[in-house]
Design a protein around this ligand. Structure first.
Ligand code: GDP
Length: 500
């Protein structure tokens, strides 16, 4: 029957092409299996069979070595006593860990967690996310049958959340102070005379040093492989940097035959808003967006003290008009081109604009514009904004929940206009699978509206805003535009790197 014929396809969709494991308790996380129903904008990016099988294998590793297992207790005990991975590689059965510190805004935290997850997968490490910044309060557990959150009680590195550029155990500082060397790492044999520490702190914040940047080099990855615990701090999407490591390239190629969809798959695998946030998303979508003919997301992020900028408003209207996303308005109050007689027009569903911003000013202006003036095409345009939080807050659950819901709502639109430099927009476009029109950041408040006001981005991938520019001890030629295949500079941040 038709019903039966449709069933496998529906199941396939529900699990996002095999990205998600089956058999999860659906009541505990509605978004996990319902999001496919809300996405009409399917980018047509299918996860590769290799990615699917590696995800299942990684879930198995997380269950075997994660919190609550004997392996985990042993590893924590070794960390407490300072026992290292030792002189030779730990046997394959031994578990190794990556603790990911999440900090700054939600977009930053999501990019960091996705990056850490990919690095964990590439290096067979158990990913444990620092719980101190609401990651556990916003998202469902991604790994079935275990937890991705680091249990704070009993973790021996009690001050890990304050690790910084000065931490003596940072990989960069240990290299600089010759506590660790990479001299013998190039060969296949493990460094014979080097005693490795029980843990290393990987500092990948924007202020990271010349030595910290060696993280993105092959020799250094060979050394780090034998350190049982890594604690990583980044607020960036470091994945383009992982593509620079020759040793990862073959695996990355088979995991992601489409290099412009790496974050798309990682994000759809990892980030499922919890039931409270999913309620915020679906109630809003059903009430204001579901019936529209087309949904256009406009993400307005203004960096600087003054949130309300007439120039940014002009940039938005110029961009949406130039890109044919939204109609222009007339000054006469009458449509210039009457596409259809009034009777037909009334049956034409409106275009819906979803604005997200810390202020309601842009929303008010756009809404007023489409109320007070007729559109040139005669189309109706409705304008919506879920919240206006006025300023960025830290450590507030309800603030983060709204930010999370809005990122997700943006990802359910059919076309996106984003603000350059903003990780908030990067996450939305990646989840959506949409290559956005990105608006350039004006140089300062008094500078003119950028011309052109926006441009179709080169891919849906986030930009790595602070990539390494060292050349791995002269073994790799320094960066010049195109670094390796599929990695190039970002439109919005010229020195940034992104996958295409
Ligand atoms: P970025 O600073 O633009 O790269 O994005 P982040 O998400 O890392 O940090 C900005 C933070 O400010 C968000 O996480 C929110 O807390 C808040 N924020 C910024 N823009 C918006 C918005 O449009 N809506 C909501 N609800 N919060 C926002």
């Amino acid at each position: 029957s038709i019903l039966l014929l449709h069933r496998p396809a529906a199941a396939h969709d529900k699990l996002l092409g095999g990205l998600l494991a089956d058999g999860f308790d659906e009541g505990s996380c509605h978004s996990k299996y319902q999001s496919a129903m809300y996405r009409r904008n399917n980018a047509g990016k299918e996860p590769s069979p290799h990615l699917v099988s590696r995800l299942r294998r990684h879930e198995e590793l997380q269950r075997r070595c994660g919190p609550g297992t004997a392996a985990y207790s042993n590893a924590v005990e070794s960390l407490r006593t300072g026992k290292s991975g030792g002189i030779v590689s730990p046997p394959e059965t031994e578990c190794r860990y990556l603790v990911s510190i999440s900090y700054r805004g939600l977009g930053n935290r999501m990019l960091a967690a996705a990056s850490a997850f990919l690095y964990a997968m590439l290096t067979d490490r158990v990913l444990l996310v620092d719980p101190s910044n609401e990651m556990g309060e916003l998202f469902c557990e991604p790994f079935p049958g275990t937890t991705w959150l680091l249990p704070p009680a009993g973790f021996p590195l009690t001050n890990y959340t304050s690790f910084s550029i000065d931490t003596a155990e940072s990989y960069g500082n240990m290299l600089k102070n010759k506590v660790i060397t990479t001299d013998d790492a190039a060969g296949d044999v493990p460094t014979p005379h080097q005693h490795l520490p029980a843990f290393a702190y990987i500092h990948l914040d924007h202020d990271y040093t010349f030595h910290d940047k060696f993280f993105f080099c092959d020799d250094d990855q060979s050394v780090l492989r034998n350190v049982p615990w890594l604690v990583m701090r980044t607020d960036s999407y470091i994945v383009p940097g992982l593509f620079l490591v020759t040793g990862f390239q073959a695996e990355l190629d088979s995991l992601f035959p489409e290099t412009d969809a790496v974050f798309h798959h990682l994000a759809r695998y990892l980030f499922h808003p919890n039931n409270h946030i999913w309620g915020l998303v679906t109630r809003y979508y059903d009430a204001y967006l579901a019936t529209a003919r087309q949904r256009v997301g406009v993400q307005v992020r203004v960096f600087g003290a003054r949130q309300e900028s007439p120039k940014v408003l002009e940039q938005i209207t110029a961009c949406t008009h130039m890109e044919n996303l939204l109609p222009d308005v007339t000054t006469t109050g009458e449509p210039t081109v009457v596409a259809a007689p009034a009777t037909t027009r009334r049956r034409l569903k409106p275009k819906a604009v979803l604005v997200t911003s810390l202020t309601s000013w842009y929303y008010e202006k756009l809404k007023g514009m489409y109320w007070e003036h007729a559109t040139a095409t005669g189309e109706a345009v409705s304008v919506h904004q879920p919240s206006h939080e006025e300023y960025q807050r830290f450590g507030s659950g309800s603030h983060d929940a709204k930010a999370c819901a809005e990122i997700y709502l943006l990802s359910l639109t059919d076309a996106l206009v984003t603000s350059g430099w903003s990780t908030f927009g990067y996450v939305a476009q990646g989840l959506a699978g949409l290559t956005p029109r990105v608006m350039y950041k004006p140089a300062n408040e008094s500078s003119a509206v950028p011309d052109p006001p926006c441009r179709r981005d080169v891919s849906m991938e986030p930009c790595f805003l602070t990539p390494p520019y060292n050349n791995c001890r002269m073994k790799r030629s320094a960066h010049s535009g195109k670094v390796v295949a599929h990695v190039q500079n970002c439109h919005d941040v010229p020195w940034g790197l992104k996958l295409v």
